[in-house]
Design a protein around this ligand. Structure first.
Ligand code: SAM
Length: 237
């Protein structure tokens, strides 16, 4: 089964979600939500998404609060065309995250290459899968905020912060603003099942190599590339 992508998000875990341990709790908390690939895979569970970027949470909140049949009425775009400015902000964001190669900012004009690979961008197929996703995430909740605003619940924690250093510098709320030793202490005090993702060079927790990921093309690099992904599970698997 091809995983359903909601956003073309930089650093998305949609395609790799099946590689991570399955949730052991009925609630998943993603305190660095982005395109929320792990939660999407396990979307029937209770999910709480937190992200500091209002453009991320705005799109999720729109998807959660809008019935699928209304998503199906959102306009399609021709390559190069702008998303209409009279749509609700959440709809513009939702479309904006599907208009381009994986990126950390939404884009309001549909990329020209959408003409060649329409299924990868906002179009009939993506709109259809977004409508199905919309109807299956009505029980999710979201919050714009810092990861430290998350409730202290016993849950499955999928923690995927911007990777330390240049790899995580492209987000508006980037690696530059994160105190990684403080984040490490915070991760160690989560209750329940804890997964923390990073790249191969990170040492702020005792990460172990986990898998090699072949990533989707991003806005700043053409073609696919392989990256080595690390994981810390607090001693659990
Ligand atoms: C690597 S991305 C998450 C990708 C996600 N797992 C997916 O499948 O698409 C990291 C996210 O952390 C968010 N972020 C950065 N600093 C944050 C902070 N202090 N608190 C909460 N979210 C933050 C960024 O806006 C970005 O969306």
């Amino acid at each position: 089964v091809r995983p359903q992508r909601a956003f073309n998000y930089y650093g998305s875990k949609v395609a790799a979600a099946h590689r991570y341990p399955a949730p052991k709790y009925g609630k998943i908390i993603e305190p660095f939500a982005g395109g929320a690939g792990y939660s999407l895979r396990h979307r029937r569970l209770d999910v709480l998404l937190i992200d500091k970027n209002p453009d991320v949470i705005g799109a999720w909140q729109f998807l959660i609060s809008t019935p699928g049949w209304e998503i199906l009425r959102l306009p399609l775009l021709s390559p190069g065309e702008q998303t209409p400015s009279d749509l609700p902000d959440g709809a513009r964001l939702l479309i904006g995250w599907a208009n381009m190669m994986c990126a950390a900012h939404p884009q309001f004009a549909l990329v020209p290459s959408a003409g060649r690979v329409p299924a990868s961008f906002w179009g009939v197929r993506r709109r259809q899968s977004m409508a199905l996703i919309a109807d299956s995430v009505k029980h999710w909740t979201t919050r714009v905020g810092d990861f430290t605003d998350a409730p202290d619940d016993e849950a499955t924690w999928f923690i995927d912060p911007p990777y330390q250093g240049p790899a995580g510098s492209c987000y508006p709320h980037s690696s530059k603003f994160i105190d990684y030793p403080a984040l490490a202490s915070w991760c160690r005090t989560r209750r329940g099942q804890v997964m923390v993702c990073e790249g191969p060079d990170a040492r702020w927790l005792p990460f172990a190599e986990h898998h090699v990921h072949v990533s989707a093309p991003t806005h700043n690099r053409p073609g696919r590339r392989r990256s080595s992904e690390s994981l810390w599970t607090g001693g659990e698997t």
